[in-house]
Design a protein around this ligand. Structure first.
Ligand SMILES: Nc1ncnc2c1ncn2[C@@H]1O[C@H](COP(=O)(O)OP(=O)(O)OP(=O)(O)O)[C@@H](O)[C@H]1O
Ligand SMILES: [Mg+2]
Length: 466
């Protein structure tokens, strides 16, 4: 470029350079390209009007690079613009040279799978443009380029299947390794879901460990957890996929400015996987996944019934069709865990497709084991007292019954307050951690709490603290 600057300066022309973004590399012979660009610049210096500007600009779309040289020659002379690239063709007043530069440039650029063309800017000047393929580059954009090819999403990599535990007790142990306490009934259901490749439908009161089971299972099997949180109004664009309109628009502008593609190729380009936002359901059936994931469809009862119908179809085939791309099918279906809090009945057809398990509030022993896992900082005495107290609270006639998460929170809060035992005072101070309704707080605080504590203490044979 110093040579070009010198040539421009010597003629009193201003040369502006709009550099290419870092990391873009052009798939062509460097020396040939330099010669072509230099030739375009020389032409520009030759024809642009005195004291005007010549502009060299390089911009890149996803897989093309465009180099443009613009001058202020006042506009190209009349006739077919393509004739400028014919050998010995010379137009305009200044006919020094042989008129071969553009002809050679065209041959060289076309040999590199590129195109060279000119655009007239009437009364202003003209633009000569070279459009070449980009070389796949390193870094994140590289992945984007290689993933662009339409249809990539349809091709899968044979997944390594998730090693299914050999026995139910092995599964329980693996879950325990993830600090999840599964009684035998739950472990049997999960084991069968894995073996039979059937979705597992979990229902139960709030905070009994439905959501946590999916996370613990994914970790225990060494695979990904993909979570779809359901809510009213959840639609396919949030659950399955969506086109990235903003990026498509930007790409469209670049393609338009660079005249890179015809209409049909542009359509294919814009509706390729690069511009697809994969939501959880599509992520879970992506055939490029190397291991089947655990797909958690959490709180399905919050979603609308139409969504349930859609889910039913997906769970039957583990495939969907994206009109612009084709059919996407999971090479190995994910383990699907659906949860519901029973705010409404989920349709029988969906349940029929699944194995069903109702998670009860845990027994004292199970809950104590959970507390020990989840709040290891608590003394044995505190863990037992709080667990027993929560079990009593569940028997009391409450508006909102505490779940396991409340038991864990309560123990953790008491530890944070440096308490080492549960007393009537401590209960009074921290009751809001475990009861979340004004009516329940009013009903329990005071003598009722003391009475429940006494009962809890007797039940577990733990000496009451005074
Ligand atoms: N069996 C269990 N083993 C270990 N931890 C558990 C168990 N059950 C519940 N927990 C603990 O209780 C917390 C609440 O569980 P989780 O959020 O899974 O309940 P849920 O049934 O999904 O409740 P919700 O209906 O409110 O979503 C978890 O974060 C976890 O720490
Ligand atoms: Mg949950």
């Amino acid at each position: 470029m110093p040579a070009a600057r010198l040539a421009a300066n010597s003629k009193g022309i201003k040369l502006t350079l709009v550099p290419i973004e870092p990391g873009v590399s052009i798939n062509a012979d460097r020396r040939v390209l330099a010669a072509v660009v230099m030739n375009l610049l020389e032409n520009a210096f030759k024809f642009t009007r005195p004291r005007t500007t010549v502009r060299l600009q390089v911009c890149a779309s996803a897989d093309r690079v465009l180099i443009e040289v613009q001058d202020e020659c006042g506009g190209l002379p009349g006739g077919d613009i393509n004739d400028l690239f014919r050998p010995f063709e010379q137009r305009g007043a200044n006919r020094s040279g042989l008129g071969l530069g553009l002809a050679f440039s065209r041959v060289a650029i076309e040999a590199s799978a590129g195109r060279i063309y000119a655009r007239n800017l009437p009364n202003v000047g003209c633009v000569f443009a070279v459009n070449l393929p980009a070389r796949a580059r390193s870094g994140p954009r590289d992945r984007r380029l290689s993933a662009r090819r339409r249809g990539d999403i349809l091709r899968g990599i044979p997944p390594q299947s998730v090693p299914i535990p050999g026995s139910i007790s092995d599964l329980q142990k693996r879950l325990a390794g993830q600090h999840y306490v599964a009684d035998r009934g739950l472990a049997v259901s999960l084991f069968l879901a894995l073996r039979l490749k059937r979705p597992l439908f979990l229902e139960g009161e709030a905070g009994v460990g439905k959501t946590a089971l999916a996370g613990a299972t994914a970790a225990a099997l060494g695979t990904d957890l993909i979570r779809l949180q359901c809510y009213e109004g959840l639609d396919v664009s949030h659950a399955l996929y969506e086109w990235d309109y903003a990026r498509q628009l930007l790409e469209l502008r670049i393609l338009d400015a660079t005249h890179t593609l015809d209409r049909e190729s542009a359509r294919r380009e814009l509706y390729s996987e690069t511009f697809l936002i994969k939501r959880p359901l599509l992520q879970a059936i992506d055939p490029r996944r190397t291991r089947p994931a655990v797909l958690l469809i959490d709180e399905i009862d919050r979603a609308d019934e139409e969504f349930e119908g859609f889910l039913l179809e997906l769970l039957a085939e583990f495939q969907i069709t994206i009109p612009e791309l084709g059919t996407v099918r999971a090479t190995e279906p994910p383990l699907v865990v659906l949860t519901s809090n029973r705010t409404r009945e989920v349709h029988d057809a969906l349940k029929r497709r699944c194995l069903y398990h109702w998670i009860e509030y845990p027994s004292f022993e199970k809950e104590l084991a959970i507390v020990r896992e989840r709040a290891p900082g608590a003394s044995a005495r505190m863990a037992e007292q709080v667990t027993a107290m929560v079990q009593e609270l569940r028997r009391a006639d409450l508006y909102k019954v505490p779940g396991v998460s409340e038991t864990i929170d309560w123990v953790t809060a008491l530890v944070a307050l440096d308490r080492d035992a549960l007393t009537a005072d401590a209960i009074d101070e921290t009751l809001g951690v475990v009861l979340k309704a004004k009516e329940d707080l009013e009903a329990v605080r005071g003598p009722r709490a003391a009475e429940l504590l006494a009962r809890a203490t007797t039940r577990t044979d733990v000496a009451p603290s005074r």
